[in-house]
Design a binder for this molecule. Structure first.
Ligand SMILES: [Fe+2]
Ligand SMILES: [Fe+2]
Length: 444
């Protein structure tokens, strides 16, 4: 199989690296393993592209969950040296392979470029030939990330030009989402790129925009929500870094500081000239994004303000915010899988913290509740989704262990309380096609 040929090459390349570290250059063992690697590459017959993105390793379009021992040492060295991308031509000979391996062993951090091998950073070392869809998506994402970083830095300094740039970036993001969902892929598949603050802001922006588009709100409102989502955590600027990156649960004093970021963010945004007239949603979403539908979150609403309701934009952003936080590696825990993150969204929805219809739409968008997915129900039984009601994805038809099909949309039926891991094992699946839900249009 073609995939096997690629695996054999990677094993042979890893062996060359290990053997060269044991034996001096030019010895029989090194020459033999270089020859072996070159032969395996020729059998694969195509260029090989390896990318390291945060904690993820991608070979061609495939994410490698656990790197096999045979080439783990090589890949770990590349990552430690700061290489994000390696491209090896199909006709690379044993000498070129050996020269590059020598360079890795010498611990050089300088981008490497020979006629057959290019290694360096993801953005700088792109080759002329067309990239894979995933690489294109990642590169596009990284471009937006750099722009988002500049916009947020401007806004943190309360520069009004940040608002203009934010609108430009958001328009570009929304336009890309309208054409296709490729911006989704890096967010869906890669858990962490680099700096949490900026990747989180961009992820929440893209996810909120996609959710708003799926809910068929006006284009103008999608852009306003996207901008507000991009700026939702600006108040974290006022939270000490030790608290933000605290390794473990926060103590009450730490929480008190953390819980101030929505108020700080709203205040910071209101201080930027022109915000109230040009984008009044920005401070609203920054202030409300942790409140929760049932207002069990923070900041607490004063008791003398009856019937305080959250703007629907804040409800959308809060779903994207919770989801992205769960899917990202944090100093105190690993990233959760899509299924585990979806389970927590469902639990938060049942607890009244998140908006049920918007969460339904979000899970539909992520293709989490598709037929074939295993689920655990609130009565303790488990089963598999066999059919999804377009308007009520949280209440699908589920076949139980005895083969009985239960309709979870019936009033007495149990609810889904846990989503099983994706049984297809296909991490590259794109979200399902959009199905409009027959719910009333959200209040604008
Ligand atoms: Fe926040
Ligand atoms: Fe956030």
């Amino acid at each position: 199989m073609a995939q096997d040929a690629l695996d054999y090459f990677l094993h042979a390349l890893g062996a060359l690296f290990r053997i060269r570290r044991i034996y001096p250059s030019g010895t029989r063992q090194v020459l033999q393993s270089a020859k072996q690697a070159s032969q395996k590459l020729a059998e694969w017959g195509r260029p090989v592209r390896i990318a390291f993105l945060g904690n993820d390793t991608i070979v061609e379009d495939r994410r490698i969950g656990t790197i096999p021992v045979s080439f783990r040492a090589l890949f770990q060295s590349l990552q430690q040296l700061g290489f994000e991308s390696v491209q090896i031509e199909a006709d690379t000979g044993e000498e070129d392979l050996t020269a590059w391996v020598e360079n890795v062993i010498s611990k050089s951090r300088i981008p490497y470029r020979s006629s057959k091998i290019v290694a360096g950073s993801l953005n700088l070392e792109r080759r002329a030939e067309p990239d894979s869809a995933l690489t294109q998506a990642v590169t596009g994402y990284m471009g937006f990330l750099a722009e988002a970083q500049e916009v947020l830095s401007d806004l943190e300094s309360k520069k009004p030009e940040g608002l203009v740039r934010a609108r430009e970036v958001v328009c570009a993001i929304v336009a890309r989402l309208a054409v296709g969902r490729e911006l989704f892929e890096p967010i869906r598949e890669m858990k962490n790129f680099d700096d949490y603050t900026f990747t989180h802001a961009l992820n929440v922006c893209v996810l909120s925009s996609a959710l708003a588009q799926a809910l068929q709100v006006s284009d103008e409102m999608v852009s306003a929500i996207a901008t507000a989502a991009l700026c939702h955590d600006l108040g974290k600027k006022e939270v000490p870094k030790e608290i933000l990156n605290h390794n473990g649960p926060l103590d009450p004093k730490g929480w008190l500081l953390m819980e101030k970021h929505p108020t700080c963010g709203a205040r910071l945004l209101l201080d930027i000239p022109g915000v109230e007239s040009s984008n009044p949603l920005l401070p609203v979403v920054a202030y409300q994004h942790h409140m929760g539908v049932n207002q069990s979150g923070y900041p607490k609403v004063q008791k003398n303000l009856p019937q305080y309701t959250l703007h629907f934009a804040s409800l959308l952003v809060s779903i994207a915010d919770v989801y992205d936080a769960l899917r990202t590696v944090r100093p105190y825990r690993p990233a959760l899988t899509v299924a585990k993150a979806a389970t927590i969204l469902i639990k938060d929805t049942l607890a009244g913290k998140l908006h049920k219809e918007y969460v339904s739409k979000f899970l539909l968008m992520l293709n989490v509740l598709a037929p074939g997915r295993g689920v655990v129900l609130s009565d303790g039984s488990s089963g598999m989704i066999v059919e999804t009601h377009a308007g009520y994805p949280l209440c699908p038809m589920v076949s139980d262990e005895q083969g009985r099909v239960r309709d979870l949309s019936e009033p007495s039926a149990p609810t889904i309380c846990e989503v099983g891991e994706d049984s297809t094992g296909d991490p590259q699946r794109m979200p399902a096609a959009e199905q409009p839900i027959p719910s009333p249009r959200p209040p604008l």
